[in-house]
Design a protein around this ligand. Sequence first.
Ligand code: PMP
Length: 358
Amino acid sequence: MTRAYNFCAGPAALPLAVLERARDELTDYQGRGLSVMEMSHRSTEFVAIAEAAEQSLRRLLAIGDDHAVLFMQGGASTQFAAVPLNIGNGTGRAGYVDTGYWAGKAIKEARRFVDVDVLASSKDDAYTRVPEIAALPTGLDYVHITPNETIGGVEYHAFPDTGDVPLVGDASSTLLSRPLDVTRFGILYAGAQKNIGPAGLTVVIVRRDLIGQARETTPDMLNYATLAAADSMANTPPTYTWYLAGLVFDWLLEQGGLAAMEARNRAKAECLYTAIDASSFYASPVAPAARSWMNVPFTLADPGLDGAFLDGAEARGLLNLKGHRSVGGMRASLYNAVPQAAVDALIDYMGEFEREHG
Ligand code: PMP
């Protein structure tokens, strides 16, 4: 069997050990004579799987009792609406930091429900840095940031202090890449398909005192109170994805947890940025202080060579390096399941390509 090196931004690479375990248990889960996919979500077996996954996630991120963990559906995009519906009901004003594509989507959706105050934007710098919030206005229900912009490759390496105003983070493409102080956040949410598991699940970590304030018209399945009261089983949850997420969490614990992942991920990103910076053929558009460890966009000196670069990469088993259609160029996503060997192979190939075409 050959496994390609997959640099996809999501759905992203999964650890081989997790896929193998899932394969081994696919048709007969631990001698029960059926697949996890075929189990009632109310069964003792599945409830145990679900609870164990939550406990493993709590251990990984050191999530205390003050925060509930919800396993929801609808992707991170659905949280763009769920957040204002659940906690945008005091003054009905919310602050958003505009860091690029995904922040923009969150802002657009929030405007349906709350008055959005854009507190800071890096639009004038083509979204290549993290903008500072100059002064926090009073009377905001919450402040929303996007800790890692998957497309722009811009990542917060320190979070803003919002005092008593709950901080909300769309952590889709950074959660589990390193330790993160959950207590800094009122809500953290993430689509699963990067560092958590396959698509179809959304993890929402929400401070318990923020639950129960949803506006009357909130659809039940978007109401954190409904989900929390039912242990995320208010309706049929994405059981198989939840199970796979649990396997990923346990794999991460076996690897040494998030401190170990931080060391690995920092090393992978540093290697790649160093190679890009050392070359006059490749360039990173992002300000060094804001460079993402998970998503590394880069450009070639001549965009006319992009196609040849991608073809050559694919022939070597280096997959999904094409940048997002909105920015062009290349993007290498280096999530937890992408090994150092993949980064080394990419850097070798980049050097070879430069010697041939540079
Ligand atoms: N936010 C960020 C930062 C993302 O990277 C993505 C998906 N790439 C989304 C939101 C949207 O997630 P979903 O497709 O799960 O709705």
